[in-house]
Design a protein around this ligand. Structure first.
Ligand code: SF4
Length: 368
């Protein structure tokens, strides 16, 4: 039986002995910090690690839209309110014109980042994706950047096409793709996946695919979702595996993971149900992740699932965020999207941060 990892209650008694902000912590120290450190102590340690990479009072952001190109999916994750099964009512695949219209709207509001995210749709072969991404690149050039798929979708497509991860990565790259994201990772333990997403891929396959993306010259990211029924040890295993992966990439002279984004589970309309965690628990987790995952430069806080509360995570180690204008997956599960972008940006400013727009970079290995 699993137990939730705690409500993020801060200890209020004696201060927790703090590790030096320059020293890497292990799992036992992470566990101790979670249980014993106050919010203030976690914040200070996280800010120490953040300061190795970023100015303390500075944050970056992007305006983006997730384009959910299909909601048909065979994976049947019990925490998902978005999918329908093949041949079920309500299934859709967006036309090329609908995709372009959504990108045009994004450009109109000053955004330039698209995330393509859909389901494991057995009727869409790899060629569908390669043609779509090539068409987007041809029409928009570098005016928009796009995250083409999550690692979860990438694995399904490679498998479906009978290709190795390296072969599938090369096909995407040669279609004009620069970025894939680590989305679909949720909690990276085999047990969590058996409980909630048994038709998805294994943790070992996830990291093999991540490595194939990195080796291909494309860029990729790390993600995590908290607030299901995962234990503290499962959260820490996820962070340990991610840190180990990044260490290996860096040892091999590769950039590895560009960023780490953590968001929170939305339970509404899902088979699993449950409740939302508190903003305080999210901030504490962001801080602990920043302290533990000391080899990833960018930490991204989730405005999509935490709204204005997300900005407080800048004090807990985050340095970057998206302002999303659409994501059907989380909206179906209860996320609400605020479209007053100036109003949202006023919040981090009121917390003392200067905010600067960040354009997604073309990977150096793919520079024309
Ligand atoms: S989370 Fe993704 S993979 Fe899982 S059922 Fe939903 S759309 Fe499919």
């Amino acid at each position: 039986m699993t137990t939730r990892s705690g409500d993020g209650e801060a200890a209020t008694s004696a201060p927790c002995p703090a590790p030096s902000s320059l020293r890497r912590i292990d799992l036992a120290e992470a566990r101790r910090l979670w249980h014993e450190a106050s919010d203030e102590e976690l914040m200070q340690l996280a800010q120490g690690v953040r300061a190795r990479f970023h100015r303390p009072d500075h944050a970056t952001y992007m305006v983006m839209r997730i384009i959910n190109y299909t909601n048909v999916c065979v994976a049947q994750c019990d925490y998902c309110a978005f999918y329908v099964l093949p041949n079920q009512a309500g299934g859709y695949v967006l036309s090329r014109g609908e995709v372009f219209a959504k990108i045009d709207e994004l450009l109109d509001v000053g955004g330039d980042l698209v995330g393509f995210n859909g389901g494991f749709n057995p009727k869409l072969p790899l060629d569908y994706y390669c043609d779509l991404f090539a068409a987007v690149r041809e029409r928009y050039g570098d005016r928009v950047e796009f995250y083409a798929l999550t690692i979860a979708e990438f694995l399904y497509l490679a498998d479906h096409a009978g290709l190795t991860h390296a072969e599938a990565a090369a096909r995407l790259r040669d279609s004009g793709v620069h970025w894939v994201t680590g989305g679909g990772s949720e909690i990276l333990t085999e047990d969590f996946r058996k409980r909630h997403a048994k038709f998805k891929y294994t943790v070992r396959e996830y990291f093999e695919a991540q490595r194939a993306i990195v080796d291909s010259g494309m860029k990729t990211t790390a993600t995590m979702v908290i607030g299901f029924d995962e234990t503290l040890d499962e959260r820490l295993e996820h962070l340990q595996r991610t840190r180990d992966f990044q260490d290996e990439c860096m040892r091999d002279g590769l950039d590895g993971l560009f960023s780490f984004l953590c968001w929170t589970y939305k339970p509404y309309g899902t088979a699993f149900g449950g409740r939302e965690i508190s903003p305080q628990e999210y901030w504490r987790h962001m801080a602990l992740s920043r302290i533990f995952l000391d080899n990833v430069k960018h930490f991204r806080t989730s405005v999509l699932t935490q709204n204005e509360d997300a900005f407080r995570a800048l004090d807990f180690g985050a340095d970057d965020f998206d302002l999303p204008i659409e994501d059907e997956v989380t909206q179906k599960a209860g996320a609400t999207i605020e479209l007053d972008l100036d109003g949202l940006l006023a919040v981090p400013r009121s917390l003392g941060y200067t905010v600067e727009y960040r354009r997604a970079e073309r990977p150096a290995a793919l520079t024309a």
